[in-house]
Design a protein. Sequence first.
Length: 132
Amino acid sequence: STATGPAAVDRVRALFRQTYELLAEEKALTGHVRGCPLASLTADLAAVDEAARIRLAAACDRLAAAAEMAVVRGPSAESVAGRQERVLAQALVAYHQGVWAIASCRNDPSIMVALMEGAVGLLETDWLSSSH
């Protein structure tokens, strides 16, 4: 059963489509799909610069909080009663970042749309309630 409803699913799909459009435009202009700047900075600096890691962690937390508000609890979104909203938001951000990384590795923005339904699946299953 779905705990978030159609409004949240529509917002997740919109996020993936908007990212696809951004990456497709970038590829048309430069010939390349670059990775997410936040993910790239985190990968490069988190292990070698503690101050940068702290600032990047705060940025990641803000991104997850925005996902939580926009996707999980946004206007007209149904309640996610009994679910760990923050964990779900972090999972959505992680999935989005992972798909973006794959799109960058393959230099193919269409992967954002091709793998979009995996994020929808995070909303439509009860995987959180069955984990701990």
